[in-house]
Design a protein around this ligand. Structure first.
Ligand code: NAP
Length: 544
């Protein structure tokens, strides 16, 4: 049998992370294979094509910074980009840098095993290929495995069903239809107003009301675009060391909400509500750490909901009361609450009226039945770990990642996990990832990994993996930082609480993008402190 050629790296996924990895790996002369489950590039933006899909980070900041020419030549049509515009951008990057020629599409990596004798990863792909790679880079995204709830009768329905995360490529036409939608997170909140405007009737099944604030999306103005392009390098540098990897349009007030007067708070919240976007959560410095401070913002938003939604009962149902504002991902919407004033929209509280089953013609809740032409599942994702754990990943001694992470993900810096040498998780659990502007975090991790690979090549280092003690300390640090906030109080997907049986702990690192970056820089400056480096033909050496 012909001997398998060994490549420097296999990259899993061709979203923003995988594409940038491929670009940098090529420039460094590494041989790289990229495998992508989808039929084209784009990752999240390839799959999430549901009506109203849009990014909640401003366009000028949700884009690559590595290519100065690209960031100056590209024009975003809106302040917050719609999915088709982001996908068009990704396709442009792909074409500009001729990336697709090294990507194998419609191909999922199903298994990978670290071969201890040869120190390579043997990677098995569902297209029949087996590839040997010195490094395995999981660029699989944080929110990429859909969660389809196990509702009895789900396969009996005669109409059409959709999940927002696996939306068809051709337009779905809901006109004249009775539609049911389950789920009111970001995807539901974005799609409900758009589907309601098209369908004959829309029934929204809500389990937990989510906090949402207006995005205030608008066409990009030349002036705003110019203000960014005139100082892009400087602004990007600030973003990299900022708390969230992005810059706010309205400055945060460095004061406790409890130290402000009622009038001052009213003005601060009003100003940020009017500006739109995530800035509301940054009105004061303790909204996400102090219950009483948080409640001042929560109460204010509940009053806004009551002011928009005409039926007081519906307004009350839409008002979150069981968890602090911002501790599930704050949603940005366009006309979400207004949509519940439409005559063709009904809200069903499935806490009071639980879904009994899906039937051939629709859905039954506590003795009430609904007939639908289509049912939309906006029920979220097995986030952060779901996609990684669906690949059968075996490290040293045949250790399976799902065994190692049985009680929750364990990583050092969210980048590597002990026992899995030369395997990297781009924006993995334990890194700022979903608690940041993903583009900033993706670029940081990709640049860090490629810098590491160059260093290993130049210094004859064969393998790297975290030292167990460093990993344990990092896992503890991630939880410690989270415990100083209100985040653990919500049953969120950050906590793994949306998936029955999933271990519950706060998965992203919330210490801040800039702080995290400095930690990584220090680790590198100190000779990869906390990692075990194994040199070619020599014994392992722990650093730090
Ligand atoms: P999500 O936030 O997890 O929301 C899922 C919704 O489905 C929740 O309302 C949830 O209720 C409900 N649900 C889940 N299982 C259910 C069940 N068995 N029965 C009834 N209801 C059920 O998912 P998502 O809306 O897809 O958003 C996920 C994340 O993707 C976001 O938080 C965001 O980070 C990202 N995203 C971003 C954008 C953007 O950039 N604007 C857009 C979409 C998504 P509970 O709350 O009770 O669990």
């Amino acid at each position: 049998m012909a001997k398998l050629k060994t490549v420097d790296a296999v990259v899993v996924g061709a979203g923003f992370s995988g594409l940038y990895l491929l670009y940098l790996m090529r420039r460094q002369g590494f041989t790289t294979r990229v495998f992508e489950k989808g039929g084209n590039v784009g990752g999240t933006w390839y799959w999430n094509r549901y009506p109203g899909a849009r990014c909640d980070v401003e366009s000028m900041q949700y884009s690559y910074s590595f290519d100065e020419e690209l960031q100056l030549e590209w024009s975003w049509p809106e302040k917050y980009s719609a999915q088709p515009d982001i996908l068009a951008y990704i396709n442009h990057v792909d074409e500009k840098h001729q990336l697709s020629r090294d990507i194998t599409f419609n191909s999922s990596v199903t298994r990978a095993k670290f071969e201890e004798d040869s120190k390579v990863w043997k990677v098995v792909v569902d297209n029949g290929e087996v590839v040997n790679a010195r490094h395995l880079i999981m660029a699989t995204g944080c929110i990429s495995t859909a969660n389809l709830p196990k509702i009895p009768g789900i396969n009996d329905f005669n109409g059409c069903t959709y999940h927002t995360g696996y939306w068809p490529h051709q337009k779905v036409d809901f006109s004249g239809q009775n539609v049911g939608i389950i789920g009111t997170g970001s995807s539901g909140i974005q799609s409900i107003p758009v589907i309601a405007a098209e369908a004959k009737h829309l029934t929204v099944f809500q389990r937990t009301p989510h906090w949402t604030v207006p995005a205030r999306n608008e066409p990009m103005t030349e002036e705003y675009e110019r203000s960014w392009k005139d100082s892009y390098a400087e602004r990007r540098a600030q973003m990299r060391y900022s708390p969230s990897g992005s810059l706010r349009s309205v400055a945060p007030i460095d004061l406790s909400a409890l130290d402000a007067t009622n009038e001052e708070r009213e003005q601060a919240y009003r100003e940020r509500w009017a500006a739109g976007g995530m800035t509301l959560l940054k009105s004061y410095n303790d909204l996400l750490t102090n219950d009483a401070a948080n409640e001042t913002a929560a109460k204010w938003v509940r009053r806004r909901i009551a002011g928009i939604v005409q039926d007081p009962k519906v307004a009350d149902l839409l008002s979150p009361k069981t968890y602090p504002i911002g501790t599930k991902r704050l949603c940005l919407d366009t006309n979400y609450y207004e949509t519940f004033n439409r005559e063709n929209v009904e809200l069903v509280d499935i806490i009071k009226e639980p879904i009994d089953r899906i039937t051939r013609s629709g859905l039954e809740v506590l003795g009430r039945s609904f007939d639908f032409d289509s049912i939309v599942f906006a029920t979220g994702f097995d986030a952060m770990t779901g996609t990684l754990l669906r690949v059968d990943l075996k490290g040293r001694g045949g250790l399976n990642l799902s065994e190692k992470w049985a009680a929750g993900p364990r990583t050092y810096l969210g980048l590597m996990t002990e026992g899995f040498p030369n395997m990297y998780t781009i924006t993995g659990p334990g890194s700022p990832s979903v608690k940041s502007n993903m583009m900033t975090s993706i670029e940081q991790h990709v640049e860090l990994v490629v810098e590491m690979l160059v260093y290993f090549r130049d210094n004859d280092i064969e393998t790297i993996e975290p030292d167990l003690r460093a990993e344990d300390e990092w896992v503890e640090h991630v939880q410690e930082v989270a415990s100083q906030t209100l985040f653990p109080k919500a049953n969120s997907w950050y906590m793994g609480a949306n998936i029955p049986g999933k271990p519950q702990l706060f998965m992203p690192y919330i210490g801040g993008v800039g702080a995290y970056r400095k930690i990584c820089e220090k680790v590198v400056a100190e000779g990869y402190r906390g990692f075990i480096l194994e040199y070619k033909n020599t014994k392992a050496e722990a650093t730090g």
